[in-house]
Design a protein around this ligand. Sequence first.
Ligand SMILES: C[C@@]1(CC(=O)O)c2cc3[nH]c(cc4nc(cc5[nH]c(cc(n2)[C@H]1CCC(=O)O)[C@@](C)(CC(=O)O)[C@@H]5CCC(=O)O)C(CC(=O)O)=C4CCC(=O)O)c(CCC(=O)O)c3CC(=O)O
Ligand SMILES: NC(=O)C1=CN([C@@H]2O[C@H](COP(=O)(O)OP(=O)(O)OC[C@H]3O[C@@H](n4cnc5c(N)ncnc54)[C@H](O)[C@@H]3O)[C@@H](O)[C@H]2O)C=CC1
Length: 262
Amino acid sequence: MAGYFPCSYAVFRPFAHRPEQIAEHRISTRCYNRADAGFRRPFPGRSSEDARAPMARTYPVSLVLKDKRAVVVGGGSVATRKVLGLLECEALVSVVAPAVSPRLRELVDGVRCTWRAKPYETADLDEADIVFAATDDEDVNRRVYDDATAARLMVNVADRPEVCTFFLPSVLRRGKLSIAVSTEGASPLSARRIREDMEGRYGEEYGAYLELLASWRPRVSAALPPERHFAFWEQASDGRVLALVAEGRADEAEAVLESLLS
Ligand SMILES: C[C@@]1(CC(=O)O)c2cc3[nH]c(cc4nc(cc5[nH]c(cc(n2)[C@H]1CCC(=O)O)[C@@](C)(CC(=O)O)[C@@H]5CCC(=O)O)C(CC(=O)O)=C4CCC(=O)O)c(CCC(=O)O)c3CC(=O)O
Ligand SMILES: NC(=O)C1=CN([C@@H]2O[C@H](COP(=O)(O)OP(=O)(O)OC[C@H]3O[C@@H](n4cnc5c(N)ncnc54)[C@H](O)[C@@H]3O)[C@@H](O)[C@H]2O)C=CC1
């Protein structure tokens, strides 16, 4: 099965039909402070009252993007990272950019990943299911955002956390296990550091372990009445089976599961 594309949606968007109002009303304190520090051009018409308005909580989900059409506008390092994640989930990726990074060029195969070597135009979003704006041109990113919003498409804007309808978390994968870390735009580097910290705690053994448990699900459903399912899975996940899998003792892990059926 294709992997999931973990992300967090910003679901509360009261001014979704007027992008300039979103900029004015849904600005996070962090961005306001960064603007003051010279990192970000201040948005027009913003008051300190607006700056205190908290950004909406996000709704974490894992998207199934297999065979869905993802349009990525931009071809630099940020776009490349997005494309790698999308291809991992078997999405159909269309990159729109006059130039792309060498790594991204390698990923373009004309089938799962195509490249339109030109500047962005509105028609590039025709047939898109999900959109990523990742150019280094603020105005282009804003235009992609406007067009995607007009078409009611989910859109991630690399340089504008405050208008994204979803963010990308930092993701640790171990087979079917994905641990997605999000700071809702507060500190992407912190998300990465936490993900790196998790790498030491959740090793490769989780891949085989979860495959084993997945293979047992139909068996448990068939062999045990529903009221015994929870107790089975509680014991199956108490650490013994995981430890045996980690030591490469697959037969013994199976035997423990077998014993839990009686
Ligand atoms: C809002 C968000 C929108 C989105 O979804 O893209 C966004 C926005 C911005 N990122 C910026 C900077 C950096 N981003 C990274 C890295 C990652 N950024 C990712 C996600 C997100 N980044 C979303 C919020 C996620 C969250 O908060 O949880 C990760 C987790 C996932 C991914 O991209 O796949 C991936 C780590 C993957 C991994 O390694 O695990 C690094 C570190 C590095 O490069 O290693 C830096 C430099 C250090 C720093 O600034 O912290 C800037 C400023 C740009 C500038 O200053 O010009 C903006 C714009 C702004 O803040 O205004
Ligand atoms: N969300 C995130 O994780 C991060 C976001 N950023 C932000 O992301 C943006 C992109 O950063 P990088 O990838 O490092 O930039 P980059 O300079 O490596 O790449 C920019 C890309 O945009 C393309 N582009 C320029 N004009 C275009 C147009 N009219 N139509 C289509 N494509 C066009 C260029 O051809 C190039 O491929 C920046 O605004 C940066 O501030 C930066 C770091 C992390």
